[in-house]
Design a binder for this molecule. Structure first.
Ligand code: SF4
Length: 888
């Protein structure tokens, strides 16, 4: 570590906000703080970003290449990859191989992978998990503007009169953007915020208007809005006539969406719609921010264009505080779009027309450029299942968890002749079906660039030493390319070389025809690349300092320079509820987790916010289930076992399940196993947010919590388990349908307690507790009960680090109570300052009746602010239950 300067400026590993982070070395690791000069966050960080320093351990890392789970040298592994790919191409042709990349890859890695597949192997079969995230947004922009170009910047949010947040729980999924909007609202209370979401999410906390529309009906809402704007003379006729095409037909089609029709289709009242229409018509500067709730749909592209139509028709684009703003989920989804990571693109915003193929052929000096789009993610894994694709290289992603019909994906991979996985973790649901595993560098170790949702290219810098045998993805891919006979084109020695080539290609024969142009960065030296500050593309001779806002000149990328309005006929989701599956399942993120938890799952602090997979539902949809029970959630495709979370704010008929949990963290909680793969016909993006399910109370004969010293504990053989790790401790929550005949025998078989001294508490039919000690140190604590037990988790975790407890303390601990030290915290509400529900309720009882007062007393909510909506809820709930005289 001595090779690195004292503090390193880098970019967050997680979402598409792309916050700048300063990693500061400490005696025992690193702390993360927001970079004040980074335009994406201006010093803010959310709780996930703040906890980055807690996720750097090498626990669970893949640190050496493996073939069939056995360690091998790099040359053995690379030879095996190259030979395997070569043999399969030789026998079955280039279309029998595929690469599946990720928005976690750096642009330099992505560029090399795409160049190898589409430029030299000669197949279009390179797709990416960004297909699941924003492929619909890409097609929507291309249809409207002639280019995949996000028009606005985060800075525009500070200037908008009105921000619509649709299909986005921004408060939890993109917290720093949410905080920015909340701050703007605080400074300019007249600014109006409209949240369009079937659920009342944390984002509604700052909303002036929440429209809880019927899931999937968004396109109709925007068609209705467009029609209302036309009827009320709120269109920008001059802009429409001079700078667009398609207005007439689009407006004619929208006429079907009268107030009554729209209200009926969207499940909203006419009054709600009129309020919405009025707010928009009174807003000169409007931003519509949209995300997975729009994109992950079988008609996602049409929804995007319905939004863009509104902005074009009202001239709310290319101006300060205006624009249709798709916000991406992953840190480098946009970088993938730049290099052609999606199967229907070539590099640098080129497509498969003969001119682009010829251009790329000359630039890369290859006569083997792919001539047609490859298979998108869902079709690629279908082709694997059907044996048409015989070799797949999966890079930095976990499709066995994240693709719809996930069990089928796993079965397909298990049958595939050659599965290669590059990853940082050894045990993921996907590495378990791989033949060859290649250890990649992780965040903090690798060096390159990422592009966030506002087109801002930002450096991810290394500040950690290379662990074990791990290598950068670009290095791994280049070495395989060399073995495949393409040495000259893949002789890279440094990622800056790749970046320069990528920048040169973006400007090659471009002349303003392609939006992505960073030719102004094509000659940066290695040192300049290393020092590069965040910059928004295009960056070229016309805009050497970058371009915060596009289309200010009202010129678009279609050949005639005009934007297109697209007539929209709204469609509802493909799968609708049936008698067998009467509820609709929506999926999404929780505040403190990221994707499949491989990184955030390492932070005990983050795992304490929500520690188990859950199903949120209206209590009337499953009256037999109470909070703390377990639920079996089934669709026509699979089933899950989840913690019940009844919530009266959840709309009737709809359930919400988070997308993060997988088989590394819970027995049966991969939500994509429930989802049928229905794609948008234009973008290939699957409909991940609308699946009919049924929920049933699952009868557990017992439930338990077990805490074990060490991080290697194997999950026990129970119908339900869920795991989190605390420093040096593994914590399982368990349940099963039959009680063991003898608890001690059972614990011995599952956890080998026979070697320790045990202290037990038999609670008759109600339950059983046990502590296991060795040399005065607690080894295991077990609490079983008929219902979900609630031992004081904080006290138990503390006891693992305090040897030689007194007999009184041991007795209290056996009962699940603190023997000494800190008392119970309850659910973790403020992860930044580790403030739990109990302390917050206590402070409310003692007179803190608003968030500011709580902040002064406990500090909660004063850092990233992500917990403020939950604090408000807790205050309201506590005040409701307090009686006169409580407040003292
Ligand atoms: Fe990281 Fe996104 Fe949080 Fe910013 S908002 S700190 S990019 S997770």
């Amino acid at each position: 570590m001595t090779d690195f300067p004292t503090a390193i400026s880098t970019t967050c590993a997680y979402c598409g906000v792309g916050c700048g982070v300063i990693m500061q070395p400490q005696a025992d690791g690193f702390t993360a703080s927001g970079e004040v000069t980074h335009p994406a966050n201006l010093g803010r960080l959310c709780v996930k970003g703040s906890a980055l320093g807690e996720t750097l351990s090498l626990q669970g890392r893949l640190l050496q290449p493996e073939i069939n789970r056995q360690p091998v040298s790099w040359s053995q592994a690379l030879d095996a990859v190259a030979r395997g790919i070569q043999d399969i191409i030789h026998e079955h042709g280039p279309e029998s191989v595929a690469f599946y990349g990720s928005g976690q890859l750096l642009t330099e890695d992505y560029y090399v992978a795409n160049k190898l597949m589409k430029g030299f192997i000669g197949s279009g079969n390179m797709d990416t998990n960004s297909r699941l995230c924003m492929a619909s947004a890409v097609v929507g922009y291309k249809r409207a503007f002639g280019a995949d170009a996000v028009p606005c910047s985060y800075a525009d949010l500070d200037k908008a009169d009105c921000v619509i947040l649709t299909g986005s729980n921004t408060a939890w999924a993109h917290p720093v953007v949410y905080q920015r909007i909340a701050q703007a609202k605080k400074e300019r209370p007249d600014m109006c915020i409209i949240v369009i979401d079937p659920r009342q999410t944390a984002t509604c906390d700052i909303a002036d208007l929440h429209l809880p529309l019927r899931p999937g009906s968004d396109a109709a809402l925007f068609c209705g809005l467009l029609n209302a704007m036309a009827e009320n003379d709120c269109l920008d006729i001059d802009f429409l006539q001079t700078h667009t095409q398609g207005a007439e037909e689009t407006l004619r089609t929208a006429q079907a969406w009268t107030l009554a029709n729209t209200a009926d289709f969207c499940g909203l009242s006419e009054e709600q719609l009129l309020t919405f229409y009025q707010m928009i018509s009174h807003s000169d500067r409007l931003i519509t921010l949209y995300s997975m709730g729009i994109n992950q749909s079988s008609s996602g592209v049409d929804k995007c264009n319905a939004i863009i139509n509104l902005h074009l028709a009202t001239g709310k684009i290319g101006r300060e505080g205006c624009g249709p703003f798709s916000i991406t989920g992953q840190p480098n989804a946009m970088g993938g779009r730049e290099v052609g990571g999606l199967a229907n693109q070539l590099a640098a915003h080129m497509g498969f027309c003969p001119e682009d193929i010829d251009r790329l052929s000359r630039f890369w000096e290859s006569n083997n450029i792919a001539t047609a789009p490859g298979l998108n993610a869902v079709d690629m894994f279908r082709a694997i299942e059907e044996g048409r694709i015989k070799a797949v290289w999966i890079m930095g992603t976990n499709p066995v968890v994240s693709l719809p019909d996930a069990d089928r994906v796993r079965a397909g991979l298990a049958r595939c002749s050659l599965v290669i996985v590059s990853d940082i973790m050894r045990d993921t649901d996907t590495t378990q079906v791989a033949h060859i595993c290649l250890p990649a560098l992780g965040w903090g170790e690798k060096n390159g660039t990422v592009t966030n949702s506002e087109r801002c290219i930002s450096r991810q810098r290394a500040f950690l030493p290379i662990p074990g045998e791990a290598r950068p993805d670009w290095w791994i891919i280049s070495r395989v390319a060399q073995r495949l006979g393409f040495s000259d084109a893949f002789s890279y020695q440094h990622p800056a070389e790749i970046f320069r080539e990528h920048a040169r290609l973006s400007g090659f024969e471009n002349e303003g025809t392609r939006a992505f142009d960073i030719s102004g960065l094509a000659s940066v030296s290695n040192e300049q690349w290393d020092q590069m500050r965040p910059i928004q593309w295009p960056v070229n001779t016309h805009a050497p300092q970058g371009t915060p806002r596009l289309f200010t000149d009202k010129k678009f990328y279609h050949l005639d320079g005009k934007a297109r309005l697209v007539p929209i006929t709204p469609r509802m989701p493909v799968n609708m509820p049936t008698a067998s599956y009467p509820l609709v399942m929506n999926t999404g993120r929780v505040r403190d987790q990221w994707h499949t938890m491989t990184r955030t799952g390492k932070s005990a602090r983050l795992m304490q916010h929500i520690s188990e997979p859950f199903c949120q539902f209206h209590p009337d949809d499953c009256p037999s289930a109470e909070a703390g029970d377990l639920l079996r959630v089934s669709s026509s495709h699979g089933w899950l076992l989840l913690r019940a979370q009844p919530d009266r704010l959840q709309p009737r008929g709809h359930v919400f399940i988070p997308m993060h949990w997988n088989h590394q963290f819970s027995q049966q909680a991969r939500v994509d196993a429930l989802i049928e793969a229905h794609n948008d016909p234009l973008s290939g993006q699957p409909e991940s947010k609308h699946m009919p399910v049924r929920i049933q109370h699952w009868n557990a004969a017992w439930q338990a919590e077990v805490f074990m010293r060490g991080l290697q504990a194997v999950p026990p053989l129970t119908a339900y388990w869920s795991k989190i790790t605390q420093p040096g401790i593994t914590h399982f929550t368990l349940a099963d349908s039959a009680k063991p005949a003898d608890w001690i025998d059972w614990l011995n078989v599952q956890f080998g307690i026979g070697k320790w001294q045990c202290q037990t508490a038999h609670l008759g039919d109600e339950g059983f507790n046990l502590l296991a000690w060795s040399n005065g140190e607690l080894q295991l604590a077990f609490y079983a009960h008929r219902r979900h037990p609630s031992p004081d988790r904080q006290a138990i975790v503390t006891a693992f680090s305090q040897p030689y407890a007194s007999s009184q303390e041991r007795l209290a601990l056996l009962g699940g109570r603190p023997g000494s030290g800190k008392g119970a915290t309850g659910a973790m509400i403020c992860s930044c300052f580790a403030i739990g529900e109990i302390a917050i309720n206590d402070a409310v009882r003692k007179g803190c009746h608003n968030v500011q007062q709580l902040g002064v007393k406990l500090k909660c909510g004063t850092n990233c602010g992500s917990c403020i909506p939950e604090l408000k809820k807790l205050i309201a709930r506590k005040l409701e239950t307090m009686t006169v005289g409580d407040d003292q």
